[in-house]
Design a protein around this ligand. Structure first.
Ligand code: NAP
Length: 332
């Protein structure tokens, strides 16, 4: 596994990371034993970066990762954890809290659930509209000084917030959606990250399964984010799956899969971009890892981008109610 530096201030991590969210209910039910086997298979294959959020299954995801790490060398793994989303016992989303007091509280519980003494990259999942980013980053910086956190990251924030955060403490990476059908980051956010030496940990590289080549219309069941996501809705999903078929023709001509082409395209955007794949089964993970062998030259990239032109996706990447709270989507 190729290793890369996560920005100019961050740790060395595997060039592909494993996102564990789907193992804790966000995409409907998942199999606990298979989830743990998938984490083990990822570590055995050389993946060192595991991404989680304390709100994924209200602590479930961290406890799952903690269990998977038992008997493993914790220091060879980089744990990336998001915090700030506030939920109730039924799982309802109540908003965000990234105040300094909340930072310390969330972190204390995260360390216990994961069974570790420090977090490699700790990040607010969204900008808290009531708390200046300087206060949130300052509070995490105190936790860095105290030894509980090694590096500070960001998630789904825009260029102005990135600059303000980086003025308080070095930022290792911005976690943000980036795929063939979600390229908004290219216009302003990615250039600012590059200027400041901040890496991008890209999520949704398969657009949550939509451009994996395996998605079947109407496959999302209750409790699955995709049941509410605009791109998966009737009228949009057919148009998006037509893009996937165009991609499939390119993949088949090369003897690889659609998912491998989609992941390889993100990886080809630069050494400072680390795709987080959301596999929750070992077969999906093996397919995703196969993307490492797919080298794309300029002709390949242009063929892929002709099959799936920038902006071709039908539907927004989040429901409107969530988009309005995303700093990364705020009109300039
Ligand atoms: N910062 C943020 O706001 C944010 C938001 C979302 C996610 N994330 C992080 O990013 C990670 C990845 O995001 P994502 O879940 O959207 O990722 P993704 O890789 O775009 O989609 C993952 C889904 O694609 C399907 N899939 C089909 N073939 C696959 C293959 N070969 N490899 C992997 N998945 C395949 C799987 O669905 P089935 O299992 O249903 O087949 C899987 O659940 C998350 O786990 C989370 O850690 C961060």
């Amino acid at each position: 596994m190729h290793m890369v530096s996560l920005g100019k201030s961050g740790p060395k991590v595997s060039a592909i990371g494993l996102g564990c969210m789907g193992m804790s209910g966000m995409y409907g039910p998942s199999d606990r034993a298979e989830s743990i086997a998938t984490i083990h298979a990822a570590l055995d294959a050389g993946i060192t970066l595991l991404d989680s959020g304390d709100f994924y299954g209200m602590g479930h995801n961290e406890m799952l990762i903690g269990e998977a790490l038992k008997g493993r060398n914790r220091d060879q793994v980089q744990l990336s954890v998001k915090f700030g989303a506030v939920r109730d016992p039924a799982g309802a989303w109540l908003g965000y809290d990234a105040s300094p007091k909340a930072v310390r509280n969330f972190l204390a519980y995260t360390l216990q659930r994961l069974g570790v003494e420090y977090i490699d990259v700790y990040r607010p999942s969204r900008l808290d509209p009531d708390v200046p980013i300087e206060e949130t980053i300052g509070a995490i910086a105190d936790m860095v000084k105290a030894g509980y956190v090694r590096h500070i990251g960001l998630s789904e924030v825009g260029s102005e917030t990135i600059r303000r955060a980086a003025a308080v403490h070095p930022i290792s990476d911005l976690q943000i959606e980036y795929s063939l059908i979600s390229r908004g980051v290219e216009d302003e956010i990615l250039p600012v990250c590059r200027e400041l030496g901040i890496a991008v940990t890209a999520y949704g590289v398969l657009s949550r399964g939509l451009i994996s080549g395996h998605w079947q219309k109407d496959a999302a069941r209750g409790g699955d984010f995709r049941a509410m996501s605009p791109r998966f809705q009737e009228g949009n999903v057919e148009r998006n799956l037509a893009l996937v078929e165009a991609l499939r023709r390119i993949a088949e001509a090369r003897g690889v899969t659609v998912a491998q082409i989609a992941i390889a395209w993100v990886a080809a955007q630069g050494d400072d971009i680390v795709p987080l794949v959301g596999a929750r089964r070992r077969d999906r993970l093996a397919e995703a890892l196969g993307a490492q062998a797919v080298q794309l030259d300029a002709d390949d990239i242009s063929a892929i981008e002709s099959a799936v032109p920038k902006g071709a996706a039908a539907g927004a990447r989040y429901p409107e109610a969530q988009l309005v709270h995303m700093d990364s989507e705020r009109p300039k």
